[in-house]
Design a protein around this ligand. Structure first.
Ligand code: UVW
Length: 317
């Protein structure tokens, strides 16, 4: 949209948590997840059921990725055919082994974003200069999140089931009030410091549409309003987890601005973003037994100065 307002203008009165945890902070709202919050999460384990939330890296179906990114490629480097070749290395005792590698966008699979991954006005999380991203994230990279790990009470908000749909549609939006209505419908309460896990069944939409998904690319998701940002701030939400690429409607339909919530929540409030999760098994279980809260445990890979890193989050009910 040619006359979309600048984020600087749109978010000029928006709250920030810059400085709240000191001038050197790189964890943002994950600071809310104290030892007491870990124990509160543990108290929501009632059945001993475990769900992993990562999509398969190298899935033959491909990966849903932001335009310009490409799916991960895994290449076999050594296998049994290697060892028949005349120039094959040899090891004492006749050892053979297999080796492979992956080439993948760190933002291209189930992943944690670094808090400094997006910005406007030349400043990333906590007010660090955006020049600190040049050549590698010297500030607010994914490393501090990976080093710390993320543990707390998670709550699944199944927006697709709540709206009586297989999946939300391209560009379909919802607000924090919809999340509250969904929670009420599910019989669960969203509490302060909860990790919000939102299901839209985006993967179904993506694979059903195929390449056509990228024509007028717009994911379903949360949509910006000052009230929504204030609600996240009052509820002190540490982490937003979804099954979409961007965790929010990609382009705000009311003003044409891209990724407003990445900026209002991640850059300004320090909310951690976990994207492209596979929530299907967890959601089916929650719908069956009506337990929508669980212990959420995740630690992205430790990748030096990275903008994000793959993760396999675990929900334990
Ligand atoms: C961008 O911010 C561009 O992508 P993602 O949704 O992966 O964070």
């Amino acid at each position: 949209m040619a006359d979309a307002p600048a984020l600087t203008e749109l978010l000029k009165d928006a709250p920030t948590n810059w400085g709240r945890w000191g001038p050197d902070d790189e964890l943002g709202s994950l600071n809310y997840l104290t030892k007491d919050e870990v124990l509160r999460g543990v108290r929501s384990v009632r059945q001993g059921e475990v769900f992993t939330l990562q999509r398969l890296i190298g899935d033959p179906k491909g990966d849903p990725v932001w335009p310009g990114r490409t799916p991960a490629v895994r290449t076999m480097l050594l296998d049994e055919s290697t060892w028949d070749k005349p120039d094959a290395p040899s090891f004492p005792g006749g050892l053979h082994y297999a080796d492979d590698k992956i080439e993948a966008f760190l933002q291209g699979s189930t992943q944690y974003d670094a808090l400094g991954h997006v910005w406007y006005d030349g400043k990333i999380w906590n007010g660090y200069d955006a020049r600190t991203t040049v050549g590698g994230m010297k500030k607010a990279s994914v490393e501090p999140i990976a080093e710390r790990g993320v543990v707390g009470r998670g709550v699944l908000l199944d927006m697709a089931r709540f709206r009586g749909k297989e999946n939300l549609d391209k560009g379909e939006t919802f607000t924090h009030e919809d999340l509250l209505a969904c929670a009420e419908h599910q019989g669960v309460r969203i509490e302060r410091h909860d990790i919000l896990v939102i299901r839209t069944n985006f993967l179904r939409l993506f694979f059903e549409q195929g390449p056509a998904f990228y024509e007028g690319f717009c994911e379903p998701g949360l949509v910006y309003s000052p009230e929504l940002v204030r609600w996240f701030q009052e509820m002190e939400i540490p982490n937003l987890v979804t099954d979409t690429i961007a965790n929010e409607v990609t382009t705000d339909p009311s003003n044409g601005v891209a990724l407003v919530l990445h900026n209002a929540l991640m850059r300004n409030l320090g909310v951690a973003f976990t994207e492209i999760c596979d929530l299907e098994k967890l959601a089916a279980s929650c719908a069956a037994d009506r337990q929508y809260d669980f212990l959420y445990v995740a630690a992205p890979l430790k990748v030096h100065e990275a903008t994000g890193a793959p993760v396999n989050p675990v929900a334990i009910k």
